[in-house]
Design a protein around this ligand. Structure first.
Ligand code: GDP
Length: 514
């Protein structure tokens, strides 16, 4: 593999900061990116028209700033999950007439977990209902205390629509960039990250690269993920052909033989090794897929802790109500008092079903997910499998604490573990001699008359208990397999509804380790 070159500190020079815009849907991320582009990309400059290549550069007070063009933390986290860190500063957009919303909190957690400084843009200041003080009040609950409230968080009132406050926002970005001393060595082989990539009918694979270190030249041999080739042409964010790209420059690159993935690292290398490395990587990707090796599991963390290889146990919490979120957060953090070697670190905590974004954050932060009275939705389940994230679901706080503490202290693993048998959907309700029977369809696996069952409505667990009866037509049966219909009643639970999902499971004893 290619070893990353360490740069001599004396070779480093300032480079423009790279900024990502995050925030809740409809708070104005896209509008803000558009108005920054419209006000700060001067049309007199050669080339004039901006070209969508996934990132663009603006000039303010003679200094440059690069904006990534995909708003939202999903892209940011997906890239980080692949090991790429491209963002220097995050702009958190909060609508002044709305307030802190779930995705606002997610964005804060994502930026914090990546150690990226946050500048808050309080947007829609032109709206009659705008109340920036309320936003400041709400954000202070999440550790972002405004400067004029005695804190350190920079908050700039703006209106993306009226294009007010944009200059102030850009000045604050430059100020934060200056304090961060964002630097790179321009005089070395290029190193960057793929921002976007696609297959163009006429031009072949086209990749937008954000050059982060060194300078990329026409004719350089490059490798990105499993793709390699020679730079044939480069186009900047103005649609101009360029011969070289310095640190913090986004460019569209032609010449790769394959389409790399967003988040892949791109390096310029010696011509002789490019092909060999690419082929090795292809082979490795195949074996990785075959091995399906576990990325994060509580058991692995447990082993790593015992081996002394881990200090932080990163956790994402999702629960049915805010009260449970807080109870879990407090009790998990309380475990830190008794443990000096390992610390619980809550990277995100929120209300609702476990979603894809939670899984991507867990993957990026090497965290496990604890769900309390909630389940993963379909996309989260898929992402959890492909990212190999340990998603632990609990109904009792004590059990979650017990498992985590066991992992922290290297004590025993849980003695019983839940084994899922099947998933059943309630399709119709019948009343037969005053008893409500749920007509159900087995979606996957099977359900047994001995199964324990859990009733899930909209991703939230509303009941857990035992089956009372399991029937096919008029007969009591032992089990019903996927693809078949059945009638069920649940012991001590009469509130079943159409659309409910029933999970059938059993508790299996786990042999103590060692
Ligand atoms: P995104 O989902 O965060 O990218 O939000 P958009 O940029 O798509 O904006 C959502 C809506 O808010 C659109 O209808 C915008 O026109 C509107 N909007 C965005 N910024 C402002 C603003 O500063 N003032 C007002 N009045 N409306 C805005």
């Amino acid at each position: 593999e290619i070893a990353e070159i360490e740069d001599d500190p004396s070779s480093l020079v300032l480079r423009p900061p790279v900024v990502t815009v995050m925030g809740h849907v409809d708070h104005g991320k896209t509008s803000l990116l558009d108005s920054i582009r419209q006000t700060h990309v001067t049309s007199q400059e050669a080339g004039g028209i901006t070209q969508h290549i996934g990132a663009y550069k603006v000039t303010c007070q003679g200094k440059k700033i690069v904006f990534l063009d995909t708003p939202g933390h999903e892209a940011f986290t997906a890239m980080r999950a692949r090991g790429a860190q491209v963002t220097d500063i995050a702009i958190l957009v909060v609508a002044a007439d709305d307030g802190v919303m779930p995705q606002t909190i997610e964005a804060i957690n994502h930026a914090k977990s990546a150690n990226v400084p946050i500048i808050v843009a309080i947007n829609k200041m032109d709206r009659p209902g705008a109340n920036p003080d309320r936003i400041k009040q709400q954000l202070s609950d999440y550790g972002l205390v405004a400067e004029d409230w005695g804190g350190e968080a920079i908050m700039v009132p703006v209106s993306a629509q009226k294009k007010t406050g944009i200059n102030e926002l850009l000045e604050m970005i430059l100020l934060v960039a200056e304090m961060q001393e964002i630097k790179a060595n321009p005089n070395r082989q290029a190193y960057g990250t793929i921002i976007e990539a696609k297959l163009d009918k006429g031009r072949g694979p086209v990749a937008t690269v954000l050059v982060q270190k060194g300078t990329l030249h026409i004719g350089d041999t490059i490798i990105a993920g499993i793709a390699y080739g020679k730079v044939r042409a480069m186009v900047n964010d103005r649609g101009e052909k360029v011969k070289k790209a310095e640190p913090s420059t986004p460019v569209e690159v032609l010449g790769l033989a394959d389409v790399p993935q967003a988040g892949d690292v791109l390096v310029a290398v010696d011509e002789k090794i490019a092909r060999a490395v690419a082929e090795k990587r292809i082979a490795k990707r195949r074996t990785d897929e075959l091995m399906q090796s576990q990325k994060v599991s509580l058991d692995d963390l447990f082993k790593q802790i015992q081996d002394g290889n881990i200090q932080d146990l990163n956790i994402v919490i999702k629960a049915d109500v805010q009260g449970s979120v807080e109870a879990l957060r407090q009790s998990l953090l309380a475990l830190n008092a008794n443990n000096k070697e390992v610390r619980v670190n809550i990277v995100h905590a929120g209300v609702g079903a476990i979603n894809e974004s939670d899984v991507m954050l867990a993957s990026a932060a090497n965290a496990l997910i604890i769900g309390f009275n909630v389940r993963p939705d379909g996309n989260a389940r898929k992402a959890g499998e492909s990212e190999k994230i340990d998603i632990r679901l609990y109904r009792v706080i004590y059990e979650a604490l017990h498992d985590v503490e066991a992992a922290m202290t290297g004590m025993l693993a849980p003695e019983y573990k839940e084994a899922l048998q099947g998933r059943v959907e309630i399709r119709q309700l019948f009343t037969i001699s005053k008893v409500v029977i749920a007509g159900a369809y087995v979606l996957e696996g099977k359900i047994l008359n001995s199964s324990q069952v859990r009733v899930i409505r909209n991703g939230i667990v509303i009941h857990e208990g035992e089956l009372e009866s399991l029937r096919r037509f008029k007969d009591d049966v032992k089990e019903v397999a996927a693809g078949y219909e059945c009638g069920i009643t649940i012991d001590k639970f009469r509130d079943i509804k159409e659309g409910d999902i029933i999970e059938a499971f059993t508790m299996e004893e786990i042999k103590p380790k060692g």
